[in-house]
Design a protein around this ligand. Structure first.
Ligand code: HEM
Length: 441
């Protein structure tokens, strides 16, 4: 067993959280070069922390050795989110996954409501042919989608949904980034208490919607929920109905806490990050033919989306805590040490991806290739893979296909700026790009 390269220094004085958060990419590349290793030890949030930036060792954490590690998010996010799957391990996590995974596995049951939602969006897009700040536009779209999909709002422009979106933003400002995070509150103490207040208000809305849905099943609407806001068709497949039928140990609490996670800003930001990266990668004039072909070929579009998710994963990676003495890549990992797998770097590991910085959808062509969709960690992997990944892949395909079919687009301003990304808390270009869309004739 080898000793870990790097050092975790003395408690408090040796802490590198500020350096890491200031510029994670620079921090990691500097450490890799100092230690000549893609697996190195440092100290973050005053915990000895091992960064894993190679593909092989990330696979080991997520697959073969996943049971040697617990999730490492509780100390950062529990106060903001309360009890949910993210903070559970072992048997408790398995039980929750058994309840939640089936709800998001068979996406065909939601096809018509997804179709209706995005169909409506494209009736008025782009707004008056103006420049579009794509990151903000798609974040706002997905915020509305999450309200409809997870909470059952039929009118996502009602006053009530606006107020919930505002609460979700306040809630976010008190949250520390996920999955890789350091404890740097965004808005100081007052931001934090406002966030906790927002969380309580969100939970009140969520409880009302669950109550209304319970009543809907027996064909009665909760009097406190206006008709505009509630599901109009109680027979339609919806997430709350599915959750009401899932075998949760503590149904009401489990439901409300998970819906809180699903309607928080995390999902809209992560989704918009991928769509923005897609639009930017495909904007170049020399990609015009690729755009045309992908509009007609869903396999090619899937490969393009894989390549976008490889190069620009919304989350830098994930955090774990060793629950026993173990090893990764032959290095000794003592119990209690934190481990951060860094998808952004593992996705650019040249041992797995030839010319890793190159955008090359053809690398995913199945020619006896050793790589598959499981070779990227944009949605984690193994037993704790994201439960929403199928849903997101479905929506990504739906949305990008329509963009390619209906529009051409160009970036307003310096194209080179679009390659500079801020990686935390959710990756996005440092300067949010504006894009001009043109209707295809
Ligand atoms: C673009 C959108 C999304 C991205 C990039 C994303 C990414 C991720 C990643 C990387 C993980 C694994 C973290 C780890 O290994 O520690 C994860 C877990 C999770 N995701 Fe997502 N996710 C997205 C959307 C969703 C949606 C729509 C849902 C709800 C249906 C969801 C629910 C969850 C849950 C509950 C977990 C925890 C799973 C567990 O711990 O067993 N995510 N997600």
């Amino acid at each position: 067993m080898s000793q870990l390269p790097g050092s975790c220094g003395y408690p408090i004085f040796g802490d590198k959280s500020v350096e890491f958060y200031r510029d994670p990419e620079l921090f990691i590349t500097t450490k890799i070069s100092e230690t000549s290793s893609k697996v190195f030890l440092t100290r973050l949030v005053n915990t000895p922390t091992i960064f894993v930036c190679s593909h092989q060792e990330t696979t080991e954490i997520l697959y073969e050795k996943s049971r040697d590690f617990d999730h490492g998010y509780r100390e950062f996010l529990y106060n903001s989110y309360g009890d949910n799957l993210l903070f559970e391990n072992g048997e408790a996590a398995k039980l929750l996954r058994n309840c939640l995974t089936p709800i998001f596995t068979n996406i065909t049951q939601y096809e018509s409501s997804i179709e209706e939602f995005f169909g409506k969006f494209f009736e008025n897009f782009p707004p008056n042919g103006e420049l579009v700040n794509v990151y903000e536009e798609f974040k706002s779209l997905m915020t509305k989608f999450c309200l409809k999909f997870f909470l059952g709002f039929s009118d996502t422009s009602s006053e009530r949904s606006k107020s919930i979106s505002e609460l979700a933003t306040l809630h976010w400002h008190g949250i520390i980034s996920l999955p890789v995070s350091v404890k740097i509150p965004f808005a100081g103490q007052s931001g934090w208490s406002k966030a906790i207040e927002a969380k309580e208000k969100l939970l009140i809305h969520i409880r009302k919607m669950i109550a209304a849905e319970k009543n809907n099943s027996s064909s009665k609407l909760d009097a406190s929920v206006s008709k505009n806001d509630a599901y109009v068709n109680p027979n339609k497949s919806n997430v709350i109905q599915q959750m009401l039928q899932a075998p949760f140990m503590n149904r009401d609490k489990n439901m409300e806490q998970h819906i809180l996670l699903f309607i928080s800003s995390l999902i809209p930001k992560a989704f918009s990050s991928i769509i923005t990266s897609f639009i930017l990668e495909m904007a170049a004039k020399e990609r015009a033919n690729l755009r045309e072909s992908a509009a007609l070929d869903s396999q090619l579009l899937s490969r393009i989306l894989l390549e976008v998710q490889r190069l620009w994963p919304p989350f830098l990676g994930g955090r774990r805590i060793a629950n026993k003495d173990t090893t990764i890549g032959g290095y000794k990992i003592p119990k209690g040490y934190a481990v951060i797998y860094v998808s952004y770097f593992a996705h650019r590991d040249k041992n797995v991806f030839k010319n890793p910085d190159e955008f090359n959808p053809d690398r995913w062509l199945n020619q006896g290739n050793t790589i598959s969709a499981n070779s990227i960690f944009t949605f984690g992997g193994g037993e704790r893979v994201c439960i929403g990944h199928r849903l997101i892949q479905y929506i990504l395909q739906r949305l990008t296909k329509t963009l390619l079919e209906k529009f051409t687009w160009e970036i307003d301003g310096d194209v080179n700026n679009t390659k500079k990304y801020k990686l935390l808390p959710v990756a996005r270009p440092t300067e949010l790009p504006c894009v001009r869309f043109h209707n295809k004739i």
